[in-house]
Design a protein around this ligand. Structure first.
Ligand SMILES: [Zn+2]
Length: 355
């Protein structure tokens, strides 16, 4: 943990300021103890990682989940990172799902353009690859994670930091109870983390709390299922994680929207990363491949009512919608995206702002 983070740390129980004692001296705090100035709880710093959680029922579930991630990786034969070092290059490795994650990550960086010195929280940080990428870009990054495992959890960040010659903060804490001060961060970042939350509304409210006015919430690679999918139909998709005590949910578009609104965050863009920055022709091709998802319910009803050849009529409607596109656009039109997620579902990129 960097010494300068102390100013931004708060007790996860009562949100009062913390003081540092029994610490190693220097900019980097390797060992030490954080003491709440109000409720007098203490929190350890060990091997540079600050353990800022309260041992309650919520944390017991998160601890079981953390153990589940380790066991799942072991059972899948991808636990030991020794000699592999793929994670030193994340997200830029040419294997799924990282191809998509890297593209989405570059897109949001291109849109938000974090300035050097910006305060960034990476929630559900895993091994900390995103916090490292923000640190490389000069940001003060804080990785928040439930898992301190030294292969697949935040413990692995020590190797990542050494390899990249950067430092960022390592906190073991609940993202639904961030041990951080109000209105102190410019960016809250999440990669495939929101959907692991047991309460999306609480998680996003916490994100909104720690964001400064004008600060951005960025989420990439979040699954979004179509409106018509029932919990029974979705059950097989979440069964593997659930068996390992990992909280896995597949929110719908409105679930994300309601949670954003509940948190008081203003949606700036919500889109599929595959389409960002593509040409009008490519968007038209994509639209043709997903033509049904781009029609409104009224238009589909009209197609069914009329006796004219369906295909011809579809093309005409589609063409009229494509003509609504502005000449230059990077993010696809929001109404296209809304209908795509409602009908088909897919990977979601979210950028929202604290007003
Ligand atoms: Zn306290």
């Amino acid at each position: 943990m960097l010494l300068k983070l102390l100013h931004y740390l708060r007790c996860p129980q009562c949100r009062s300021q913390l003081s540092l004692s029994e610490a190693t001296v220097g900019d980097w705090v390797e060992q030490g103890q954080l003491l709440c100035t109000q409720c007098r709880r203490t929190y350890a710093i060990t091997k540079g990682i600050a353990y800022l959680y309260v041992e309650n029922e919520e944390w017991k579930q998160l601890a079981a989940e953390a153990a589940g991630w380790v066991q799942m990786a072991k059972d899948a034969g991808c636990y030991d990172q020794t000699g592999i070092d793929i994670d030193f290059r994340l997200p830029y490795v040419p294997i799924p799902p990282w191809i998509d994650i890297a593209r989405a990550f570059d897109i949001v960086l291109n849109i938000v353009r974090p300035r050097p010195g910006a305060m960034v929280v990476d929630i559900g940080a895993g091994r900390g690859w995103a916090a490292k990428q923000f640190a490389i870009r000069g940001c003060h990054a804080v990785a928040v994670e439930i898992n301190d495992d030294d292969q697949i959890g935040l413990g692995r960040s020590l190797a990542l930091m050494q390899h990249a010659n950067v430092q960022y903060d390592l906190l073991i804490a609940s993202s639904q109870r961030l041990p951080l001060a109000d209105e102190s961060f410019d960016i809250v970042f999440a990669s495939a983390a929101l959907h692991h939350s047991s309460c999306l509304a609480t998680l996003l409210s916490e994100a909104a709390r720690v964001l400064r006015r004008g600060g951005k919430l960025i989420a990439i690679h979040e699954p979004c299922i179509a409106d018509h999918v029932t919990p029974e139909q979705d059950a097989p998709n979440i069964a593997q994680e659930t068996a390992y005590n990992i909280h896995e949910s597949r929110p719908k578009l409105d679930d994300y929207r309601h949670a954003l609104r509940h948190a008081g965050l203003q949606e700036l863009a919500l889109f599929n990363h595959e389409l960002y920055g593509t040409s009008i022709e490519d968007m038209q091709q994509w639209a043709a491949n997903h033509w049904l998802s781009l029609l409104t319910a009224d238009q589909i009803a009209m197609l069914r009512r009329k006796r004219t050849p369906t295909l011809w009529r579809t093309i005409r409607i589609l063409r009229s919608r494509l003509q609504q596109l502005p000449d230059t656009t990077l993010v696809p039109p929001q109404d296209w995206m809304d209908q795509y997620y409602r009908h088909v579902g897919g990977s979601l990129t979210i950028i929202a702002q604290k007003p």
